[in-house]
Design a protein around this ligand. Structure first.
Ligand code: SF4
Length: 458
């Protein structure tokens, strides 16, 4: 049976002595992927390091509500920095509200949560929510956010049915842990019954919540194999069905690379294009991602984001190409660290490097990034598509809202000032008057201008 443990604190000292053996036992039990969530900055950093070292591990970055009183804005800035510079970070979590233990002031928890949700939205990452005695409060905050906030899992849920229905209506996944196996846990099994199998995930929450047969001992990811039999009972399926469907669900939410090969580089004409993320800070009305997975015969939908090494390995004989272009199915500056490493490799092989971007890289990283790109990128090409802020908001629907358009203009100026050639592009579908105005804007920014047709890549 194939399984995914979507929530497991392998960064905790409980595993310091025998993590390798724990992972071998997980593999032997059929566990293919494990998500390690962070509970504060240090824990998130450790989760990221573990994921870089162990192929089956992926990390999430977050600050647990218990830590809200201690959390500083600099911690959130450091988490953001991790997200744009490191690999295999698949979510923001563990975040949420806990009114049961009362380890942190409720107002501080909510304030922190809002900041972390906004960071997740700006990084276009799904979220892992913790809620204890706080489902109503969490729902109230979630309701403020449109459909973007619905890419999330409510981990280890044990609240009231009316709240569960609210989370399910928002499209949340819900995960259950070993406590669902306890003889007296009929209320949790009743809740699980209400979750459609398409929204169900498995987790161990290790080292906590060991299933009944090992209750009282340290939990570990191999024990996730105890859950499918229980959920098979609640959903009228076989345990294998539950394993397969929940693994598919986990892969859909977190992009764990379980289901198919990914295209990280693809040739068009005499250029090699690089596809480094499917995440984006915009929801452009013309985006081809909403229509098809294919661009010029290449399936660009990613089942897992690559590491820089994976992108470089995918390039093959780079000497066949005139240049290397960061342009795939998402916004490349969300993977700034990867862009820098990969561009450095391409430049070392004498290739020109082009970065095709929505121009929101400064907003994503929360700092000006042009200086870091200056020695690595020959041309930055920004898809502007509007001569003004209102038009941009209407067409491109950035998660940064009214900060987007001025932020893009500032990025273009900063690239120019750092000696990077800049190009502004504009789709012809906005009409010739507006195209002309965008061209004038490009000239005023010292950029070249190119009018594009929707079906022309890059
Ligand atoms: S910026 Fe590009 S990838 Fe992002 S939504 Fe717009 S067209 Fe799609």
């Amino acid at each position: 049976m194939k399984l995914v443990d979507t929530h497991c604190h392998l960064d905790l000292p409980d595993y310091n002595g025998d993590l390798s053996e724990v992972l071998v036992r997980a593999g032997n039990a059929g566990v293919e992927r494990i998500v390690v969530p962070g509970i504060d900055l240090n824990s998130s950093r450790k989760a990221v390091r573990l994921a870089a070292r162990e192929p089956m591990l992926f990390s999430a970055i977050g600050i647990h509500p218990h830590e809200a009183d201690k959390a500083k804005d600099e911690d959130i800035a450091s988490l953001r920095e991790l997200a744009v510079s490191e690999d295999k970070i698949v979510a923001v979590g563990e975040i949420g509200i806990d009114l049961y233990k009362g380890y942190s002031d409720p107002a501080a928890q909510k304030k922190l949560l809002v900041k972390l949700i906004e960071m997740a939205l700006e990084l276009d990452l799904p979220m892992i929510f913790h809620s204890r005695e706080a489902a109503g409060e969490l729902l109230e905050i979630i309701e403020r956010y449109d459909h973007y906030a619905t890419r999330a899992v409510l981990h280890c849920f044990a609240g009231e049915q009316k709240h569960l229905e609210g989370f399910l209506a928002k499209g949340f996944y819900v995960s259950f842990a070993g406590n669902i196996t306890y003889a007296k846990a009929s209320a949790i099994r009743d809740l699980a019954k209400k979750v459609p199998i398409e929204q169900l995930l498995l987790e161990t929450d290790s080292p906590y919540l060991s299933p009944s047969e090992v209750r009282g001992k340290r939990n570990e990811p191999a024990n996730v194999r105890s859950l499918p039999a229980v959920l098979a009972g609640t959903h009228g399926l076989s345990p294998e069905d539950v394993g397969r469907i929940t693994s598919h669900n986990a892969n859909s939410l977190f992009k764990l690379g379980l289901e198919r090969a990914n295209i990280y580089s693809y040739p068009i004409r005499d250029s090699l294009y690089l596809n480094v993320t499917s995440r984006c800070t915009n929801r452009c009305s013309f985006c081809t991602r909403d229509i098809s997975d294919y661009v010029k015969g290449h399936n660009l939908r990613l089942d897992k984001e690559p590491t820089a090494e994976e992108v470089i390995n995918s390039m093959g004989d780079i000497d066949r190409y005139k240049d290397v272009v960061f342009c795939g199915f998402g916004e490349p500056t969300l993977r700034l660290g990867l862009v820098k490493k990969t561009a450095a490799f391409a430049r070392s092989r004498g290739k020109k490097v082009r970065l095709v971007t929505n121009g929101e890289g400064d907003l994503i990283a929360s700092r000006p990034i042009a200086k870091e790109l200056a020695s690595l990128v020959d041309l930055v090409s920004v898809s502007l598509n509007s001569p003004d802020e209102a038009g941009y908001d209407h067409i491109c629907r950035s998660v940064f809202g009214e900060r987007a358009y001025p932020g893009i203009l500032a990025f273009l100026e900063s690239c120019r000032d750092n000696g990077i050639k800049t190009e502004v592009t504009c789709l012809d579908l906005i009409g010739q008057e507006a195209v002309k105005a965008v061209k004038e804007k490009a000239v005023s920014l010292g950029a070249t201008f190119r009018e594009r047709h929707t079906d022309v890549v890059g």
